[in-house]
Design a protein around this ligand. Sequence first.
Ligand code: C5P
Length: 222
Amino acid sequence: VREPDLAGRHVVVSAGGTREPLDPVRFLGNRSSGKQGYALARTAAARGARVTLVAANATGLPDPAGVDVVPVGTAVQLREAVLKAAADADAVVMAAAVADFRPAVYAAGKIKKKDGQEPEPIVLVRNPDILAEISADRARSGQVIVGFAAETDDVLANGRTKLARKGCDLLVVNEVGERKTFGSEENEALVLGADGSETPVPHGPKEALADTVWDLVAARLG
Ligand code: C5P
């Protein structure tokens, strides 16, 4: 049994993937299952933390016991929920796959195909970068902020660039591909620290990666 080393701490975890609606029945989404974020929430609770889990479309995953779950759909909703929960948080872990873009217009009625006409192009606009925003404008001094990055190649170089651009304290870099990570029970990652540290996490259960993330967070909280 682990020490309750996060007792008295409030941590916020975002999980799942946002869905950006085009009309009442269609959306742009991604393949994130939410399993890594849920593992982070469970392990933080097991280590004594008060946990707020901002869950984007993590359908089918049971609410972890003792965790405050805030369901959201879109990136804009996820931002609102994370900003609210982060106000008094000791740490924020952004494990959710947030859509970088959303459709510029939402059609109030179902988009129809019209005989003999080409489809309308879908115009996208940028979503807010929540991780960059909460890192630049910390709700509390000493708050530890963790991002995730899925990269298909050049994991180390791309990870370092992203860590600097986002301004977070730790970045968990996953190598993804057709059969890797998404929806799977296991993960393999390299955790980069803004202090220059590199913590490789060998292939294993998502709980093991989650515990490594909380070890690194706990060390930074002091
Ligand atoms: O830029 P990229 O999407 O690769 O960054 C991934 C990290 O940034 C994740 O931690 C994700 O939760 C966060 N993110 C965000 N807001 C966005 C896009 C990504 O907070 N609009």
